[in-house]
Every structure is written in structure tokens, then in C-alpha cells.
Design a protein. Structure first.
Length: 160
């Protein structure tokens, strides 16, 4: 797994498309899927934050998402749909890592485009795989999806 910055360096066009879809409504908006303690999926909206070329989410202390990420850091993040038929989609999956450095947390809070609160828990979203979906021939019988994918190279450096 790699940081958002490393992903963007390896696949700049795909990362720029992801950035534009994550922040298409000015504030970051996406659905975050986590793994519940019983192994079932959990899905909630979140406001992603890009800070220092790294991708984060801020989660309230009482949120089930927070407990899921602390116990099992696996996540999937899907952009909100655009308000038109056949809108592009962007998906990221990997592992969320707790950010406990006070300086880093302050920077994340400063860079948040939503009404973030200092009591929220910060997690960095490490990237394992990415998919951008574009739709062709929208609202016709020939409608089909076209996918661009990227996968992080295997190797040291990823969080455990």
C-alpha cells in the first residue's frame, strides 16, 4: 500500500480524476465502507481531507466507523454520484491508519473543507487499489462502463 502522494506520483491522471470527483461539491464527500466486528460491511458518508498530499478522514469518537477502523483498518471509499445520468465514479480501497501526532492532526483540521472538530479521530487512508469508472452511451441500450484501474506495487513500507 502507498500514500495518496505516492499513488498520485505513479498515476497522476487517475489521481487528478479522483481528486476532482472527491471534491466535486467543494467539500470532500464520499461513502466509506468499513468492516463491522461480525465481518459485515458498514457504509456511511464521510468528508475526506487532502492534507500535505495525503488522504485522511476525520471520524467522531462515538461513530461505529471509528471502532471499525481501530479494530480492522480495511476500508473502501466511493465518491458521491454526480447529479446527472451516467456520472463518473471513483473508488479507493486500502487500510486506514490512526494519526496520533498532534502536529499532523492540526494540519488535517486546518485543511478540512468541512466543519471539522478537534475531537474527531484522524485516520490516514493508505491506498491499495483504485478504480475510475466512466460511462459510455448513457441512457441507450449500448450503455456500458469503462474502467481504469491501478494497484499499489507489493513491497515494504505499507502499514500493517
Amino acid at each position: 500500500m502507498v500514500t495518496w502522494e505516492e499513488f498520485a506520483a505513479a498515476a497522476p491522471e487517475l489521481a487528478e480524476m479522483g481528486r476532482s470527483l472527491l471534491f466535486q461539491f467543494k467539500v470532500g464527500l464520499a461513502f466509506l465502507a468499513t468492516v463491522r466486528h461480525d465481518g459485515a460491511p458498514r457504509l456511511h458518508p464521510v468528508c475526506p481531507v487532502l492534507s500535505g498530499d495525503r488522504l485522511f478522514v476525520l471520524i467522531t469518537a462515538t461513530s461505529p466507523k471509528r471502532h471499525d477502523l481501530l479494530r480492522d483498518g480495511r476500508y473502501a471509499l466511493q465518491t458521491f454520484p454526480q447529479p446527472k445520468p451516467g456520472s463518473d465514479e471513483f473508488y479507493i480501497a486500502g487500510r486506514a491508519v490512526l494519526v496520533d501526532d498532534s502536529v499532523a492532526r492540526a494540519e488535517i483540521l486546518r485543511d478540512a473543507r468541512h466543519m471539522a472538530d478537534a475531537s474527531e479521530t484522524a485516520f490516514e487512508l493508505w491506498v491499495d487499489r483504485v478504480m475510475h469508472t466512466r460511462w459510455e452511451h448513457v441512457l441507450t441500450p449500448q450503455m456500458r462502463s469503462v474502467h481504469r484501474t491501478w494497484r499499489a506495487p507489493a513491497g515494504p513500507g505499507a502499514p500493517s
